[in-house]
Design a protein around this ligand. Structure first.
Ligand code: GLA
Length: 393
């Protein structure tokens, strides 16, 4: 990968052989797949994502002036995007480059001011808009490289919080901390159980035996995601405000299921009540699922995944016909012990826990049923888990 990146870099920046190649540094940040704990990071709940072995690669070389020049192999039609460190404003025509720009801007806001800019080529192999955190991967790889080349020594947790801030304030998507956190701090062959309220976390080994996690892409672009996402967040806030009349809580996920059931009538709107119900029970499911994983009880882990999907479909209403069709087709297979949508929803990917035997046949049957119902081809990838963001040596 480094060689391909370096050759892109030389081509884009017209570096000649005798120029100082060694000064080019290489960074990587993965994507993530969330195994369970959906739409509860912003409700102070537990999530259980795993980092993937694929993501965003960057070749970067510091400049002597304060210019930033960015090129993406994935969006060659956007050409070279240039700006300087004293003009870090959002610009629509800068398209994908607003993600790295947002990160640099948040660093500045926190007093980490770099004097010298850089040339960089970005190259990613995550499907775009598929719910595997391609944007968090771009943000975090930028944060890690900017931290390193300037020697700022911002710690990992602060770094991912700054990336979330960039997404919230610069890009305008009101996401929680899950994506940036897992992309930054993920560990190979582990999922991370993260308490999104306190940011305490523990790694959970993925002891899967004869099973694999398979990601299935609906190839339905997530159309209205951002507006629907912010709408769900507002609904959760409404529920919280009503529940606070009887409970000293700051976040919905502080309530356990029993307490919620006793007092759910405090939430007057039926739809808003369903949203809160999802949040409270999804949190309980995630804690249970993490314990099942720890004990190697994959069958019960899979059941939690299935329940999670039903709740996201019926109560949180963020699935849609494509995700439901792909999950239902998976549920019909005996060797699939768990299947659910992953990420924000409304399109994007599902995650499936499947026995390795006859995997190809199983996936081809699922793909065929899905195509019959939706007219779309699904893509399948085995989710190998990789290391969080780092410099490639
Ligand atoms: C998106 C957001 C995350 C999280 C998920 C849903 O990926 O970026 O913060 O809320 O949706 O679980």
């Amino acid at each position: 990968m480094k060689e391909t990146l370096l050759s892109h870099f030389k081509e884009v920046f017209r570096y000649e052989e005798h120029r100082d190649e060694e000064a080019v540094r290489f960074f990587f940040a993965p994507g993530r797949v969330n195994l369970i704990g959906e739409h509860i990071d912003y409700n102070g709940g537990y999530v259980l994502p795993a980092t993937l072995s694929f993501g965003t690669y960057v070749a970067v070389k510091p400049r002597t002036d304060n210019k930033i020049k960015l090129f993406s192999v994935n969006f060659p039609e956007k050409g070279m995007i240039s700006f300087s460190l004293d003009e870090l404003q959002y610009e629509k025509e800068h398209d994908w480059a607003n993600y790295p720009k947002g990160v640099l801007s948040v660093f500045q806001e926190h007093g980490y001011v770099g004097q010298r800019g850089f040339d960089a080529v970005y190259d990613g192999n995550l499907p775009n808009g598929a719910g595997l955190s391609s944007s968090a991967s771009i943000e975090v790889v930028t944060a890690v490289l900017w931290n390193k080349i300037n020697g700022f020594q911002v710690d990992e947790v602060e770094l991912v919080k700054m990336c979330q801030q960039a997404e919230n304030e610069f890009i305008g998507v009101n996401c929680g901390i899950m994506d940036q956190f897992s992309v930054g701090l993920g560990k190979k062959d582990h999922a991370v159980l993260l308490d999104c309220d306190t940011l305490k976390y523990e790694y959970s080994p993925l002891m899967l035996g004869d099973y694999v996690f398979v990601i299935a892409n609906t190839n339905k672009r997530r159309g209205l995601t951002d507006s629907k996402y912010n709408e769900r967040r507002n609904e959760c806030e409404q529920a919280l405000a009503q529940l606070q009349k009887n409970h000293h809580i700051q976040k919905l996920c502080e309530l356990d299921g029993k307490t919620f059931e006793n007092d759910e009538s405090l939430v007057t709107n039926d739809v808003v009540r369903k949203r809160a119900k999802h949040a409270v029970f999804e949190n309980e499911r995630t804690v249970k699922a993490a314990a099942f994983l720890r004990n190697g009880d994959l069958l019960n882990f899979g059941k939690m995944m299935n329940e999670s999907h039903r709740s996201l479909r019926d109560d949180y209403e963020v699935t849609g016909k494509e995700l439901d069709a792909l999950v239902s087709a998976a549920w019909e297979e005996e060797s699939v012990i768990g299947a659910r949508m992953t990420g924000a929803g409304f399109g994007g990917c599902t995650v499936n826990l499947i026995h390795q035997d006859q995997l190809e046949e199983v996936l081809s049957r699922i793909g065929k049923k899905y195509k019959d119902q939706t007219g779309l081809e699904a893509d399948f990838y085995i989710a190998h888990s990789g290391k969080g963001a780092h410099e490639m040596n």
